[in-house]
Structure formats: C-alpha cells, structure tokens
Design a protein around this ligand. Structure first.
Ligand code: PCA
Length: 325
C-alpha cells in the first residue's frame, strides 16, 4: 500500500514536470500605481487576460495594482532594471528626466481628447525611441480624463489659491502651485486619501476619475471642470523580457496592447462623464470655472509652455512642430 502510494505520487510529479516543459510558461509581473477599480487597472487586467488567451496560457501577466509592487515614481526604473518585467507609468512623472515625457502634463497645450490624441501621435515615435535606448518597449498609452481643480473653498481666480496646501503628482502640477503661490506637496494617488484625511493637503488638480477613486468628496466641496490637460499612462515592458518571448507570443502581446489602447480611450471618455455624476451624487459641486479663473490658469499654462520649450531644446521644438502640423 505504502509503496503503491509512493509510485503514484512519483508518476504525478513526472507528468506535471513534462507538461510544464512542453508549455514553457513565462510569468511577468506588471507593476501599476492606481487602484484595482480604476479604469486603467481594469484595462490592464483585461489586457493580461487577452494575452493569456492568445498565447494559450504561455504568457501569464500578473497585474499588481495600487502601487503594491513599486511606488508610482519607481515603476519605470524597476521595469528598466527587470525587477518587474512590465509596468504602467504616468509619463508626466518623468518630465525632469526628459522634457518630452512631460508634454502631456502642461496646462492647455492639449486640452481635449482630440488634441490629446494628436499630441500622443507626435510624442509616440520620440518616446518609443527613447524607451528603446533605455532598454524598454512601449506597449500602449491611455489618457486620463481632463484635469480640474478640487478645493475646500470656492475658487474664483488664481489669487484664491494662494497659500492652499496643494497636492501635486508630477513636476508640472508642483510648478502650478509655485506659480499661484500655493504650497506644493507631492502625493501619489495611492496615498492621496490618507493625505487628505490627515490635512496634509486640501487642494489638487486631477481628473474626475481620481476624485471618485480617492473619494475626494469626503473632504472637499468644489470641483472646477477646467479641462486643462489629459496626462497619459503608458504601459512598458523590459526589452530583454520581450525579446525572450517567441515570435507568436510577441505578436499576441502587441495585438492585445493595440486593443487595450482603443478600449482604454473609450473607457476614459466614459469615466470622464460618469465620474462627474458620481461626484455630484456624493454632494460635490461640479462647476464650470469662472472666466477669470480660466484666464489666470491659461496664463500659467503659457508661462509653463515657455519654460518647457527652453528646457526641452530641439526635441521640444520638433514635438510642438509635429503636434501643430
Ligand atoms: N489621476 C492621477 C494622475 C492624473 C489623474 O487624473 C493622480 O491624480 O495621481
């Protein structure tokens, strides 16, 4: 009895080993920074499922949402170094590394979905090339909904933002705080609710999506729908990890990525409308900004574009030329 039991176990082991070898399964960790219920994260999970199906289970991608694997600003380096095979980054976080990454974080350069897509088409070949030099492959990008101002008190002009505790998520959002005389505090989305609850911050610029994700209505009363810019998340993969896949799997990844990009854009537009309704339903006043506030913020956008062009040099000029073409 004892002996028979043993040999059965041995048989099972041998079988699973040979099945494993025949399948040659590859596993990727994908580091992401936004909550699992966010549309970007849901889109990532769908992308991973599509890849799983298309490769017949040969490539398994595990999405780690809400900065559970790496904090938002660390994801790019983690993918570059291969600590995570893949990741989702917000490009605007990396403006100080290369100004082109931050172009979609500038107020009013591209302030609608159409303009954002136009800017993306201009940025894409430049970013693909830069990422390749850095040992990464770009898979797809999806814009966040347009960015507006959340506040505790009514804001009628930029002067009303003086001294507020301004939550920034990127160099550009911190720069806006400087220009309006607010106090910038950089807090990524995963820590935003806590920073609000403890009073570290009381004002921000972000999307309706993040307003809902972080339940900003629990602490803030006003949302001014500025539609100032649409920053993009980009999904990237370590080049060595990508190159190690067989040709069919590489093609499956790229095809699933193209679908994710189309699906993500539609989701962003849908969430833009839905989230403003959710903010209202939770007692927030969702308002059109006053002409003065809009004019003040446009002026800040002009200043920031000028500063950006100076820092971005010939690359920046090439990008703006391609964008305006
Ligand atoms: N939400 C993210 C980035 C842009 C957005 O809409 C955030 O606030 O961190």
């Amino acid at each position: 009895m004892q002996r028979r039991h043993f040999s059965l176990a041995g048989l099972t082991l041998a079988f699973s080993l040979s099945a494993g070898t025949a399948l040659a399964q590859t596993k990727w960790d994908l580091a992401a920074a936004y909550p699992a219920s966010n549309f970007h994260s849901e889109n990532l999970v769908q992308f991973a499922n599509d890849v799983d199906k298309a490769t017949g289970g040969k490539l398994k991608i595990t999405v780690h949402a809400n900065a559970s694997l790496f904090k938002a600003p660390e994801i790019k380096r983690a993918v570059q170094g291969g600590q995570a095979q893949a990741g989702e980054i917000i490009l605007a976080n990396f403006q100080n590394e290369w100004q082109i990454y931050g172009a979609d974080g500038l107020p009013f350069l591209a302030d609608s979905y159409d303009e954002a897509m136009k800017l993306y088409r201009a940025q894409k070949p430049m970013i693909e090339k830069k990422l390749a030099e850095q040992g990464m492959v770009m898979l797809y990008a999806v814009a966040w909904p347009p960015q507006g101002i959340y506040s505790k008190k009514p804001i009628n002009s930029a002067a009303d933002l003086k001294g507020v505790k301004w939550r920034a998520y990127s160099p550009a959002t911190a720069r806006i705080a400087d220009l309006v005389g607010a106090q910038p505090v950089t807090v990524q989305a995963a820590e935003f609710s806590q920073a609000l609850a403890t009073g570290v911050v009381d004002t921000t610029m972000t999307s309706g999506a993040t307003g809902v994700d972080s339940k900003l209505y629990e602490h803030l009363k006003y949302y001014y729908d500025m539609q100032a810019w649409l920053p993009k998340n980009m999904v990237i993969v370590n080049k060595r990890a990508f190159d190690a896949l067989d040709k069919a799997s590489q093609e499956a990844v790229l095809k699933a990525a193209a679908s994710a990009e189309t699906r993500g854009l539609a989701a962003s537009q849908r969430v833009n409308a839905e989230s403003k309704e959710k903010l209202k339903a939770n007692g927030m006043q969702v308002l059109v900004p006053s002409a003065q506030l809009k004019a003040d913020m446009k002026k800040i956008g002009d200043t920031m574009l000028k500063e950006w062009l100076e820092k971005a040099g010939p690359d920046g000029k090439a990008l703006v030329d391609a964008f305006q073409r």
